[in-house]
Design a protein around this ligand. Sequence first.
Ligand SMILES: [Zn+2]
Length: 459
Amino acid sequence: MNLADCPSLHVIVLPEWENNTVSSARVSLCLKVPSLQPGELLCSFLDEIYAIPTAIQWDSLEIKDNVGNLEVRHFHETGQHEIYHQLFVKRKTEGPILLTYRAAFAPARPNPVLDMGQEPGGVTGSGYCWMPSFPKNVYQLHMEFSRANLPQGVRALWAHGEDCTNLFIREDGLQKVFYCFGKVDCVEHGSFGYYWIAREGVDASPIAHWTAKVFLKMADFFQDSGESYKIFARARSCRMSGGTALNRSYTYIYDPQNPPPFTQLKFLFSHEMVHNWALLFNEPYGTCTWYIEGMAEYYSLVLPWRMGLVSREELLIQLNERAEQYYCNPCIEFTNLHLGNLLFHDLEATTVPYGRGLFYLMEMDHRIRTKTSEKYCLDDVMLKLLHDYRKNPHIQNRAWLEAVSKIAGYDETERFLAMCQGIVIPPELSCFTGANFAFQKRNAFTRREKKPCHIYYIH
Ligand SMILES: [Zn+2]
């Protein structure tokens, strides 16, 4: 498709400031598409995602085109982890379509960070609870944040830029991304930015500088296009810090009373940044989680080690934490699809694909090196898939098997299917060149059910 011919979308967001935070935002979207026929889908919102309610005030919604008011039929459909709220036009449309509505934000929720969450000084969160997705593939977007109703010093940011941004987005490009309107402190380095809402006694700049260094090196390794990438920090009391990765952005939650240790953040951010690149199409959810989370785990450990930005001791602690989480998991033998359905319903099940993917990929690196007499390694397969994914973001496990077969010259299907079925994969540590890791197998018990199992202690 010629990009100059794709539909255009002009969005203006007007955040409102009240009681030292952003209370709401007025959104106006002007969509230029060829005439829609009666019954055709205009756009799709979410009423709910992972039980997080929408911020949209439906009684504020107005839709117009050149003829006047445009009536729509509202249709609700339940998905795997969300409820869609689709708008179908009742008559043929003429000219640009203008949608306006108000979204009212609420106090910040725990992970997943998909709400637009308030804290003193501003809001952070995703577009899922207040932005629509559209039925076509690519849109030419002009995004404008108006700071008319914000006090001096409040910045208006999203993954792709600040204040005004022009870019091409995919159909869910307004939703699958993070926003931040607030009084922020930051570290900005080229395409990398790290933002936290300013508060007494919080200085994230040491970890932000370390992360910038890793990001810029990772961007080279993954042959990145050079678009911007942002990390936003949400302050909220929580038991454990954690976050969510979306397009070119990551938001994490930290407890300002009990900030997470520096080392933990190094590996957390490294993991999240890998999500910019090593991807497969993960629908139904669980099909390719092993790959997406496994790759993020694998390269968040391997790359900082190769770059000399973490010590052997730091790496060892991380590896043993992951080993314990995986080998003692009561759901370790569940199938990939079963685990996908249990996402966030069972926290133990939710973490299995991370460990399974990591230990499988560590084994794969060794196998590819052995089969090709050290000519190729996992990097080569991953980079081939990365290249293929950029051309077609719907590739899945078949592409993985084909890439392995093409680069390493053998059929991986049997071991791959065993992995999907939930076989327990022992550690293979040769990917950490120069670390000279070894392991001991020990008897242990699974968490929760306390069944006998084996754990591998790495040293
Ligand atoms: Zn992840």
